[in-house]
Structures are given as C-alpha cells and as structure tokens.
Design a protein. Structure first.
Length: 292
C-alpha cells in the first residue's frame, strides 16, 4: 500500500513537472511571436514618423508671417516636429549634395526657405493628408507643398500586409497553445477521474471537487509564466547586447505587451483548460471511467 501511494505521488509530481515544461515552452513560443508583432508595429510607426511634408516658402514672406505659420504648423494634430530650413542652410545642403555651389553661377541665393513638418505615425497616410494638405496649400506664403506619396503608399501597403500575416500567425499560435495546454492538463486531470467519481458519489459539491484542480492549474500557470518570462528576458538581453540598432526600438510598451500577454495567457489558459476538463470528468458516467 505504501509502495502504491509512493508510486502515485511520483506520478502526480511527474505530471505536474511535465505540465509546467510543456506550458512553459508554449508560452515562450507565444511570447516570441507577440514580441515580434509588437516590435514590428513599433518599427512601422517609427518608419512613418520619418516622413515629412515640405512647405516651400515665398521669398516675400516676412519673419512675422513665417513665425505665425510655424505656430500654426506646430498646432496641427499631425505635427510631431516642425523644422525651419533657411535659404542659407538649403544652399549649403544643396552644395554638399551636388559637390558645387549653385550661387557661383547666379548673383543671389536661388534656394527658397522652407518648413519641414515631421508627421506622427498615425497621420502618415493618404487619407489623413488629404484633409491637411489643402489647408497648407491655401496659405498665401506657401508656394508649394510636397511629400513622398509613392514611398508612403508603398510602405503602408507592405506594413499592412505584413501586420495581417503576423496577426494571423499569432492567433493560430494562440489556438495551438490552447489545444496543447488543454491536452496536457487534461491528462493530469483524467488521471484522477476515479477520485473525482468517488467524491461525486459521496455527495461532494462540484465547487469543492474543482477547487484543488483549479488551484493546481493556477500554480502551474504562475510557474510556467515566470519561467517563460525569464527565458524571454534572457533572449531579449542577448538581442539588446548584440543588436544595438534593434535594441533602440525595444521600448517599455513592447516589453509590457510581451510579458503581460505571457503572464495573462499562462494563468488564463491553464485555468480555463482545467475548468473545462474537470467539468468533463465530473459528468463522466461509470462506464466511461474505464475508457482511458
């Protein structure tokens, strides 16, 4: 009898360890996908914020009107940063690009002054700019307004396509994680089906029967989430150490989304799977107990 109890305890402990390991591996895989999805979203937003609207100014625009225009540009909802480029700076940049000074062939500086409006990521699309550009073009001191439309449209199209694919992968992986974790916990609960049946026969309430299994599932979920978070943290530290350019875009938002989803899924998936499996075991008839 003592040997049977010892063997049963070892088997229960082995089932718990197996559940922790399999759940941890699935959470690591899920957390990796979530990280790359959130990182890609942050990276795409960072790319969009590199787009600028250039406003070519009339030479007759006074300093007072230019200052007023700058204030209006900064107040725009799409404006992240407004930079003034003087005629002298524009000439210097043009000379560096061409390798020669255009003013040598002309009596005066041919380059116009301009404003560069650095866009917020959410406004770097054709629909948003269609509402803003007419307002900018109508200003009397603005000669022309330009922005890289073809490049912006191409980038937004590619980002939308890639984001859709990654979200589909994340959803599929979530479903797969649920199925695998459910199977792991199901094996652990089904191994106690005779105990559950005995408790049901002596009149134990369903809540009393569920309690130890749900508590065990939560403990497994907490341990698995902590282990998965530690593994992911080690991987991110290695990435931060060896890829400094990529590390600059790993913000607190990306980290919070990654570890938050790992912890939530670790607790929620194990709890839900245990709840469903225990309910199924409670509803088993006597003849069904010997099918496993």
């Amino acid at each position: 009898m003592a040997d049977q109890n010892r063997h049963r305890s070892k088997r229960i402990g082995l089932n718990a360890v197996t559940s922790c390991i399999s759940t941890t591996l699935m959470l690591v895989l899920l957390g990796t996908v979530v990280f790359f999805v959130t990182y890609a979203m942050h990276f795409s937003n960072n790319l969009r914020e590199n787009f600028t609207i250039s406003l070519i100014l009339d030479d007759s625009l006074s300093h007072t009107d230019a200052y007023q225009l700058q204030s209006e540009l900064r107040a725009l909802p799409c404006s992240r940063l407004v930079t003034y480029i003087s005629k002298e700076r524009a000439l210097r940049e043009q000379s560096e690009a061409l390798g020669e000074d255009p003013s040598e062939f002309m009596e005066e500086n041919p380059m116009p002054a301009s404003f560069e409006v650095h866009l917020k990521g959410a406004y770097a699309n054709e629909d948003s700019l269609a509402q803003i550009l007419p307002q900018l073009k109508s200003h009397p001191g603005v000669l022309d307004v330009s922005y890289p439309q073809s490049l912006m449209d191409s980038l937004n199209s590619n980002i939308s396509r890639i984001s859709t694919v990654m979200l589909i992968i994340a959803l599929l992986l979530t479903v797969i994680s649920f199925v695998l974790i459910n199977n792991t916990i199901r094996l652990s609960v089904i191994s106690h089906r005779f105990i559950i049946h005995t408790m049901k026969l002596v009149g134990a309430k369903w809540g009393y029967i569920r309690r130890p299994f749900l508590l065990k599932a939560l403990i497994i979920g907490v341990i698995s989430a902590l282990l998965a978070s530690a593994i992911l943290a080690g991987g991110l530290y290695t990435l931060w150490h060896y890829e400094s350019q990529m590390a600059s875009l790993i913000t607190w938002d990306v980290l919070a989304a990654t570890f938050g989803i790992v912890v939530i899924c670790g607790l929620l998936l194990t709890f839900v799977c245990a709840y469903i499996t225990v309910n199924k075991a409670i509803h088993m008839k006597t003849s069904q107990l010997y099918r496993y």
